[in-house]
Design a protein. Structure first.
Length: 276
């Protein structure tokens, strides 16, 4: 099976959309020319803007954020994507620092589900864990920051992947405005809930707000998201089939795609068996 149409590009109605769509489909099918020495592909100048630094990319995706973050439409139409959560967490923290105001930190309560294992997994160790799809132990937030929901709370209004903007940071709940989906513009309260990761060698429970900052998000988490402006950080290359295509295809126009990669090159992992 091969890709035939990229609907985000098709619906964008950009003059360059036709060729951009063709480039995306070729990327998804693994048909871009690969450097035999390095195993990498290069980004054509008409496909995206390759930035010289991470700082340049952040400014391209979030220009004048100190004022613009108050505009929910502006905020929900852009994001930075990266393959790994370690990069995502660092970028989120850096960009949130540009927002005015004082941040508030919510600490999770982490416990093993089997009390007999508590001696093997002390609280300090549990606090340090960052399982995928889970909020951090230290959740630092500012009013106006975008966040993404990590669990279904009230479908279809509040689903895993719904993006919101922080409106008020209260002691026991967080008030936020929904940025995407069928309830866009509605104010809601987010509670702390118990969360149990599924990919750990032991079971532990984290009581925390089920959200993460969403200036940046992992490429896997961005699946299904539509953006007007996207930045892709490839200091670490994509590591899974089709990740690069997923990242680049979040936007509908090459003018709004910004990429930071060493020497403007990266690996494009495509398994032909998965396409047949």
């Amino acid at each position: 099976m091969t890709l035939t149409t990229n609907m985000r590009v098709h619906l964008h109605r950009d003059n360059a959309a036709g060729y951009f769509s063709h480039q995306l489909l070729q990327l998804g099918d693994g048909k871009w020319q690969v450097d035999p020495a390095s195993g990498t592909v290069s980004f054509p100048s008409n496909f995206c803007t390759v930035t010289k630094s991470l700082e340049e990319l952040k400014l391209a995706v979030f220009p004048n954020i100190q004022d613009q973050f108050k505009n929910p439409e502006w905020l929900c139409e852009r994001a930075i994507l990266a393959p790994k959560n370690s990069s995502v967490n660092s970028i989120n923290s850096q960009i949130q620092n540009f927002l005015p105001g004082i941040s508030k930190t919510y600490k999770s309560i982490d416990t093993v589900t089997d009390p007999a294992q508590a001696v093997y997994y002390p609280t300090e160790f549990l606090n340090s864990l960052e399982p995928p799809g889970m909020p951090s132990h230290n959740l630092e937030l500012k009013i106006g920051a975008p966040v993404i929901l990590l669990r279904n709370l009230d479908p279809p209004k509040l689903c895993n992947g719904t993006r919101l903007s922080i409106k008020n940071l209260l002691p026991h709940v967080i008030e936020a405005t929904i940025l995407t989906g069928c309830a866009k513009g509605e104010d809601v309260f987010i509670p702390r809930i118990p969360l149990i990761p599924t990919d750990m060698p032991f079971d532990f429970r984290r009581l925390q707000f089920p959200i993460r900052l969403a200036f940046a998000m992992s490429i896997n988490k961005a699946q299904g998201q539509s953006l007007k402006v996207a930045g892709i950080v490839l200091e670490e290359a994509c590591f899974a089939h089709g990740q690069l295509y997923v990242a680049c295809s979040r936007v509908g126009s090459p003018r709004n795609l910004f990429i930071f990669a060493p020497e403007g090159k990266t690996k494009n992992i495509v398994y032909r068996q998965a396409l047949s």
